[in-house]
Design a protein around this ligand. Structure first.
Ligand SMILES: *Cc1c(COP(=O)(O)O)cnc(C)c1O
Length: 480
């Protein structure tokens, strides 16, 4: 007789970012189906997918239009190689990604993203950008050493190149011997910023901060020092508007525009990692800005910044299939042109590059995203999220609540007045999320930060439930 899935999982599956000793102690939840914001397990229990299946899902599970697009493509062909062959959905998608990425450039001095290199995941999208930036800087003589600058707490993926750009010791230290060296600079983290002189208040720390933009000065200093040494940076890598895996750390308005200007004036390329923030996650533009920022699908556009590389993955296919894209400029593209025997080719690619099913799903997802209905629904959901989150300020174990669009991070502390953090070994975030799962709401913490990132189809009732379950779970787990 066939063994049940839970048993086979325990016997053979090694889970990502998971202490497997803990995993093996309890029965796994086996997800068998999903509809909208709901996931269902093999026992018929329903859960709300409060982190969009680790930040990938946009329009909900089992969306009829996404399903239909994939089925229709499947009727033609699932995959053909991009080595030596073009295909229809990937070509159409490239055209649409370019159109969406350049819609709000505004200023003529900003680069135009005209070229699309496909891969499979966020990590590979970053890997492509860093290899291209490295080689471009070398070939154009902009930076001989081709050094990269990235932010404190940065996470850009798990392949060796992407890990080299990251600065989360817990994940990365073990592999330091394998990595190339990249420089690190202060990231804005208003709630715990050493330069923020404000006392804690019951609102997002960005709102009441008192500082002199020291975080921007730090970036300026970094670039100036490197220039003085005669080894300017090849590229500056940032997650625009909010750093995800660092702990959902949002940037105060204006930070991105300022540091992008600094990078550019120092001749460095700007790599925007929008693996998490892309495709509407960071919100619909505010009504007053709507005309100039119509239909902003990417976080950079909300600060009118155009990067030289735009890295996309997670939500690109609506969260249905693994596919990624790295957009870049004609200038970068041209540096790889030459006679065959000059060997200027970009020797890089994957077996599933430009996968037809993934591209078909992405096209369908973009169509939904760009509809007026989706925009309205997302704006309403943002309002509901903002409103529901306010209830959490009544808990003394909630130190900071930060929201950018449809992304929220709730930082748990021992007492909001002192901001004293829980030790990682207290597993406060993990315990709260386990209590939430028992109540039928699924999400994962980042250390002491609980993440809420609902699918765009989440109803106001479902959203209020996500937040009230979080509240009950904090009370149950952490109240003294
Ligand atoms: C998830 C993530 C990555 C890595 O993407 P994978 O698809 O997991 O390889 C890179 N950058 C950011 C900002 C991410 O959130």
């Amino acid at each position: 007789m066939r063994k049940p899935p839970a048993q086979l999982d325990h016997l053979h599956v090694w889970h990502p970012f998971t202490q497997m000793r803990d995993w093996l102690k309890r029965q796994p939840v086996v997800i068998v189906s999903g509809q909208g914001s709901l996931l269902r397990d093999d026992k018929g229990r329903e859960y709300l997918d409060a982190n969009s299946s680790i930040w990938t899902n946009l329009h909900g599970h089992g969306h009829p239009k996404l399903n239909a697009a994939i089925v229709s493509q499947l009727g033609k062909v699932a995959h053909s190689s991009a080595l030596g062959l073009a295909n229809e959905p990937a070509s159409l998608l490239a055209g649409q990604l370019v159109a969406a990425a350049n819609r709000t450039t505004g200023r003529r001095t900003q680069p135009r993203l005209d070229k699309v290199f496909y891969s499979d995941d966020g990590s590979t999208a970053l890997e492509v950008a860093l290899k291209l930036a490295y080689e471009f800087a070398r070939r154009t003589g902009r930076a001989r050493a081709s050094k990269f600058l990235s932010l404190e707490g940065a996470y850009h993926g798990d392949t060796v190149g992407a890990v080299s750009l990251g600065h989360i010791d817990l994940f990365h230290k073990a592999y330091s011997g394998l990595l190339f060296k990249s420089d690190i600079v202060m990231a804005p983290y208003c709630y715990r910023c050493p330069f923020n002189k404000a006392r804690p208040e019951r609102t997002d720390a960005r709102e009441y901060r008192r500082c002199q933009w020291e975080c921007v000065s730090k970036v300026e200093e970094k670039f100036a020092n490197q220039k003085r040494r005669g080894a300017p940076y090849a590229a500056f890598v940032v997650e625009p508007l909010i750093q995800g895996a660092a702990g959902m750390i949002p940037q105060p308005a204006g930070w991105l525009r300022r540091v992008a200007g600094i990078a550019r004036s120092n001749g460095a390329l700007l790599i925007a990692d929008e693996v998490m923030t892309g495709f509407g996650r960071t919100g619909v533009a505010q009504p007053q800005a709507r005309r100039s920022h119509a239909d902003t699908l990417f976080a950079c556009q909300q600060e009118a910044v155009q990067p030289d590389f735009l890295c996309l993955a997670k939500g690109m296919t609506g969260g249905y299939l693994p596919m990624a894209a790295t957009l870049t400029t004609k200038e970068v593209f041209d540096a790889f042109l030459g006679e065959y025997e000059e060997f200027k080719t970009f020797f890089h690619g994957h077996s599933y590059t430009a996968n037809q099913l993934g591209a078909a799903a992405s096209l369908a997802s973009l169509k939904i995203l760009q509809s007026a209905e989706s925009r309205q629904a997302r704006r309403r959901l943002e309002d509901s999220l903002q409103e529901a989150l306010q209830n959490l300020w009544s808990l003394s174990q909630v130190g900071d609540i930060r929201r950018v669009g449809l992304i929220a991070g709730i930082e748990l502390v021992r007492d909001w007045r002192t901001k004293e953090p829980f030790d990682l070994s207290d597993r406060a975030g993990i315990r709260v999320c386990e209590a939430m799962a028992r109540r039928g709401v699924l999400t994962r913490p980042i250390g002491n930060v609980v993440v809420l990132m609902p699918p765009y189809c989440t109803t106001a009732t479902q959203l209020r439930r996500m937040v009230s379950v979080l509240q009950e779970s904090i009370e149950e787990t952490l109240a003294r």
